[in-house]
Write a new protein. Sequence first.
Length: 239
Amino acid sequence: MDLENPVTEQMSEERAGEQLWTAVDRYISERLLVSDPALDAALQASASAGLPAIAVSPNQGKLLYLLARIQGARSILELGTLGGFSTIWLARALPADGALLTLEVDPRYAEVARENIAGAGLADRVELRVGPALDALAQLDAENGGPFDLIFIDADKQSIPEYFQWALKLSRRGSVIVTDNVIRDGSLLDAGSEDPRVLGTRRFHDLLAGESRVNATTIQTVGLKGYDGFTLALVEEPA
Ligand code: SAH
Ligand code: DHB
Ligand code: MG
């Protein structure tokens, strides 16, 4: 430790840490993921179209795929499509007659996602609805949509608690709800934060603490996407 300049030292240690997480993520994906032209093309097309590089990492995508397989999911709901990278991972876990509904507010992102999903040969299993997720969820409930076997919450972070409550309503006993980006560099500990995204992750954990209808844990993660985490929840009793 450089006692003259502890702050700089700490920051360079963090950078070294991030490089190591990224290298280990690559080590894992090189061994455990098979090369996948449709997923590679989806990332390429998303980057070319100027979409932000915030999709789940390949190793996280595989986790979503495995969770859906373990769950035997036949119906999946996703909030936040972006370019369809996580959508493709999840839809690949479905049986031929399974269905995935994904919600995206940005029509430009949705257009890119549609192409990527079609390119992966999954257009028959995936429906994409464009618009604010809260509106789509209310609409879905009014249509008597669901219940879904697995729900992936990955849209805007300030509304996570509201999304989770809708997810609980669109669930059955045994549904699985995965919520992304709930740690955000540990910012969820910042009790004084006024950032609506941080408030979202904190309100979410307060909600879970008082919610006996779900059994949940939050797992911290490091890797390609830095330091973050996700919540895994099993629905014991739908809302
Ligand atoms: N699930 C994607 C990443 C999603 S990024 C993947 O891992 O590949 C978050 C997405 O949520 C962005 O595309 C953003 O446009 C979308 N989003 C933000 N606010 C939203 C809202 N109110 N309703 C629906 N989607 C929203
Ligand atoms: C952001 C969104 C995500 O879903 C994610 O995994 C990382 C970052 C974002 O909006 O910045
Ligand atoms: Mg995310």
